[in-house]
Design a protein around this ligand. Structure first.
Ligand code: ADP
Ligand code: F6P
Length: 324
């Protein structure tokens, strides 16, 4: 028989993502309906170390499912990367009676979850990142909202780009991962898509492509640049000089990370939040909740972190085929 969990803590960590509030709400409401108390930890692992801990009851999480950001706040905390910080974090949990923890965040946050687990606090991770770059799961909370926000913004830039017969470089988020760029590249019909995983930094190919498209009569040329490629503004200047075509850079930035979560983000976050509570009740620890092949499941954190995710070759090829 698994030791009965009496109090669950919940924290959000790393970059925020739309849908994190839906996950917090689901943790609180599922736990309370199962007779478990919930404590919210503010500002991620930093708030844990500083004991910024509040009681959460169902009414504290009403009217948040539709809100972007995270009501608990989030932070990056270097101290939690040290063995001493991790021991202290587990001690704080024990002091506040927290015997189970749910961490919503990306793979960095899972390392913290693993450390808590090693220090005796049953801990479960939930994938929360707009980047869709967690290999163990087909879905990460926040991606759908971010990619739709970016897509709508790019549509607008494309309108004005066509009117002025300009070339536009639009930079989307994703320091190490190009999923937002790839999805927008296909959904916005971009002429070029530059992903950190794929780009060979051969700008001459892009310049040739712009000139060839202009000869074919295209009035715009949209280049979607993932943040990890960087230098969108100087790239625009070089392209304008080489092609003679007016070129502008637009950096979408943090507007992609905020805003009302889509239905999909609210839905997956709700199920994953409930799932995390239920596997804590079964006595599980050091697991991450995943959605794989149409099913919710959970995996050992180490196993999950060792998995690799690559941009699908066929999807990337199709993006190019459709851009002619
Ligand atoms: P994400 O969770 O979105 O990947 P980060 O990589 O910034 O974001 O990680 C969020 C936080 O998780 C860090 O600020 C740190 O507190 C914690 N963390 C990251 N890596 C580790 C690690 N190796 N050990 C313990 N905690 C970590
Ligand atoms: O949350 C993921 C992400 O938005 C990445 O796409 C981006 O590279 C990074 O976070 C930026 O984080 P910050 O500027 O908040 O440190």
């Amino acid at each position: 028989m698994a030791k009965e969990i009496k109090t669950i803590g919940v924290l959000t960590s790393g970059g925020d993502a739309p849908g994190m509030n839906a996950a917090i709400r689901a943790v609180v409401r599922t736990a309370v309906s199962r007779g478990i108390k919930v404590k919210g930890i503010k500002k991620g692992y930093m708030g844990l170390l500083n004991e910024e801990i509040v009681d959460l009851i169902p009414k504290n999480v009403s009217d948040i499912i539709q809100r972007g950001g995270t009501i608990l706040g989030t932070a990056r905390c270097l101290e939690f990367k040290t063995a001493e910080g991790q021991r202290k974090g587990a001690e704080v949990c024990r002091k506040h009676g927290i015997d189970g923890m749910v961490v919503v965040g990306g793979d960095g946050s899972y390392r913290g979850a693993q450390a808590l687990s090693r220090n005796g606090i049953n801990t479960i991770g939930i994938p929360g990142t707009i980047d869709l770059d967690i290999a163990c799961t087909d879905y990460t909370i926040g991606f759908d909202t971010a990619v739709n926000t970016a897509m709508e913004a790019i549509d607008r830039v494309k309108d004005t780009s066509s009117s002025h017969e300009r070339c536009s470089i639009i930079e989307v988020m994703g320091r190490n991962a190009g999923y937002i760029a790839l999805w927008c590249g296909i959904a916005n019909g971009a002429e070029d898509i530059l992903l950190p995983e794929k780009y060979d930094f051969n700008e001459q190919n892009i310049i040739n492509n712009i000139i060839a498209n202009r000869k074919k009569g295209k009035t715009h040329h949209i280049i979607i640049n993932a943040e990890g490629i960087g230098h969108s503004t100087s790239m625009a200047r070089r392209i304008e000089a080489a092609t003679g075509i007016e070129t502008r850079a637009t950096i979408l930035g943090y507007m992609q990370r905020g805003g009302r979560p889509t239905c999909k983000d609210r839905y997956y976050a709700s199920i994953m939040g409930a799932y995390a509570v239920d596997i804590l009740r079964e006595g599980k620890t050091n697991r991450v909740v995943c959605y794989r092949n149409g099913q919710y499941t959970d995996l050992d954190i180490e196993e999950a972190l060792n998995m690799k995710k690559n941009v699908d070759e066929y999807e990337f090829e199709v993006a190019h085929l459709l851009s002619v």
